[in-house]
Design a binder for this molecule. Structure first.
Ligand code: ADP
Length: 620
């Protein structure tokens, strides 16, 4: 509607100017024509009047002999002849009217028709002449049908007793009327031409006035459509030019402001998008105005789903609702921690209020920090402290108990004291083992252990480790099997560390497999790509046993420090609960990965995957 309106206005101004100009011109021409013709006519009437005056007195003079006779008041052929003769000389119609209005003679009427001519007493000029002795009139004659200027005078008789007759001269205006008609035609032609020129001129004029205006309208429309590069160009230095300049200036300012705002917005958006923290902006009624991608990921929602909807509807978290309503109602900053279901993620929320409280404006800003990892690490730390104290306390308590028993008298019995001292030695060894393992773990973690990066032949590592573990395996009657694929590529790594990994895994396999089990070590190349034909990128080592296996729920956790499926059994078998934690740290330090799967039908399968081109960062 706006488009049509603005265009209609342009057209209408053009037509208004055109039609207005033409109407003014037409009126002017008409008035000029009327005035010209009227003044011409008046001048003609004055002139004709004077001519008529002269001729009337001449005709009166010529007729006087006929009218002084006693038969003067009757129509006679002589009078009629004289009238006709004088009429021809005076170039005017001559009428003689009796005092009672009868027409005595008339040059325009044949003798035979004279009697039939109507009484002339009612003619305006005769009426005037009766009253004042002289009368004039201009009208179309009943008798001749021509426009005629009449002058009637009363001619008094020879004596006072003879009543006056009226002599009337009629000067036909035919020549004048013809001239006027010609003038009309000429004027019409001239005016017609003038009008056509005026039409052309006014159309041009209207166009020249409205063209810059319609240009401005078009430019303004482009501006409204978002084309801010548009410039209005007009050559004129008048009001229209001023308007164009003003609009151009306005456009520049608008563009500068828009650029500034877009830049600000882009920066803000970049900040919000790159933030790890989730951000949500609410209005004063608790409806969501803005959320950032981090928040979308946290709550698994999309911006479209949230925008404009009440926060309580979108997230459906009672604790969050309480926080939001408190913050909005009391206008205070507040913090809280919430737990998400079912993901189990823990979020710390900082809600702060803004000063604005108008509708649709930011009223509260909520920043969500994902502290799940922090909480997990905290728990691990707490567990670790508890576990380490417990692990250290157990052998210490035992040592203390046996020493007390020795002091209480058991030392006097050589057999008992040897047995007790043996136990004390064993427990001290265990303490020592735990402390060594802990120390090693802490060294790897703090980067004090440097991993060598030399080409390794896995086959050799396996052979050396199996040789080391064989006495232990033989003790329990286990069968040790190794299977290494031919042409296995060399990996870059640290032989001693890899042997430590393998011996820990084999040691566990021996420990957690009942007697006469089978323990297999296999190595083969694998590709990280889905395609089997792709080049090998890693070497996989698999240590499989036929032992007691690990329940599925414990598998993800057995690489944690001190985590054991069965604490009593592990301790009984001499385990510290730190072996797999050390394995994981070393494998990850070598740039690889370790995990556990179930072995069919029983037992476990530990898999160590090491990249062929190891590019583990040097640990400093
Ligand atoms: P531990 O010194 O107790 O063996 P580890 O860190 O080596 O500590 O192992 C953690 C736990 O994982 C063990 O206590 C045991 O419950 C389980 N585990 C490890 N290896 C095996 C295996 N081959 N078969 C069954 N359970 C195993």
């Amino acid at each position: 509607a706006q488009r049509v309106g603005s265009f209609g206005m342009t057209l209408s101004i053009r037509w208004k100017v055109t039609i207005g100009t033409l109407m003014v011109l037409a009126c002017g021409l008409l008035i000029a024509r009327t005035l010209a013709i009227r003044s011409l006519e008046q001048q003609e009437i004055v002139q004709s009047g004077q001519t008529l005056e002269t001729r009337t007195s001449l005709v009166a003079y010529g007729l006087r002999p006929f009218l002084t006779e006693s038969r003067a008041l009757s129509s006679t052929p002589q009078l009629q002849a004289a009238v006709r003769d004088l009429s021809a000389r005076a170039l005017a119609r001559v009428t003689v009217v009796a005092p009672d209005g009868r027409v005595l003679a008339d040059s325009a009427v044949s003798d035979s028709n004279l009697a039939a001519v109507e009484n002339h007493l009612a003619r305006p000029e005769i009426l005037q002449a009766v009253a004042t002795g002289r009368g004039t009139d201009l009208r179309t004659s009943h008798t001749t049908g021509e426009r005629t200027l009449y002058l009637a005078v009363a001619m008094s008789g020879a004596d006072r007793a003879t009543p006056s007759v009226f002599l009337r001269l009629g000067l036909p205006m035919t020549t004048f009327d013809r001239e006027v008609g010609k003038l009309h035609r000429n004027l019409a032609l001239a005016f017609g031409i003038a009008f056509l020129i005026a039409v052309a001129l006014s159309v041009w004029l209207a166009r020249s006035i409205t063209k810059p205006l319609s240009d401005i309208a078009i430019a303004a429309r482009q501006l409204a459509n978002g084309n801010h590069a548009v410039r209005i160009r007009t050559g004129s230095r008048d009001e229209v030019g001023l308007l164009a300049d003003t609009l151009n200036h306005m456009t520049d300012q608008l563009r500068a402001k828009i650029d500034e705002l877009s830049e600000d917005r882009a920066q803000l958006l970049a900040m919000l998008t790159s933030m790890v923290e989730g951000v949500m902006v609410l209005d004063c009624r608790g409806r969501v105005l803005q959320v950032n991608p981090a928040l979308e990921r946290m709550f698994d929602v999309t911006r479209m789903e949230t925008r404009g909807r009440p926060c309580s509807d979108v997230f459906r978290h009672p604790q969050l609702d309480t926080l939001v309503s408190t913050v909005l109602a009391k206008r205070i900053d507040k913090e809280d921690e919430i737990l998400l279901h079912p993901s189990g993620r823990c979020l710390h929320i900082e809600a702060s209020v803004t000063t604005c409280d108008r509708e649709n404006e930011a009223c509260a800003v909520l920043v969500f920090h994902d502290i799940t990892e922090l909480r997990r690490l905290e728990n691990i730390r707490k567990d670790f402290v508890a576990n380490v104290s417990h692990e250290l306390r157990t052998p210490l308590t035992s040592i203390k108990g046996y020493i007390e028993a020795l002091l209480d008298g058991a030392k006097d019995d050589p057999e008992t004291s040897t047995k007790f001292l043996d136990i004390i030695l064993k427990q001290s060894d265990r303490l020592n083992l735990i402390l060594e393992d802990l120390l090693q773990l802490s060294k790897i973690e703090s980067g004090q252990v440097l991993f060598k990066r030399e080409p390794l032949h896995i086959q050799r590592v396996i052979e050396r480790t199996l040789a080391m573990i064989k006495p232990l395996a033989d003790k329990k009657g286990h069968r040790l099997v190794s299977f290494v694929e031919n042409g296995l590529p060399a990996v870059l790594g640290d032989e001693d560390r890899l042997m430590q990994v393998l011996s820990n895994l084999l040691d566990n396999a021996v420990k957690y497999t009942p007697e006469k089990g089978t323990i297999t070590v296999a190595a083969h190349p694998v590709s990280d790509d889905a395609e089997q034909s792709a080049m090998a990128t890693a070497v996989e080592l698999r240590v499989t046993d036929t032992g007691i296996g690990i329940p599925e729920q414990d598998r993800p956790r057995i690489f944690e420090r001190f985590y054991r499926v069965d604490k009593a059994r592990s301790r009984e078998l001499g385990g510290t609960g730190l072996g797999l934690a050390i394995v994981r740290h070393i494998v990850e330090g070598l740039g690889g990965r370790v995990w556990v799967e179930a072995n069919a039908p029983t037992g476990s399968c530990f898999i160590v995957r090491l990249p062929i081109q190891q590019i583990s960062p040097p640990i400093s």
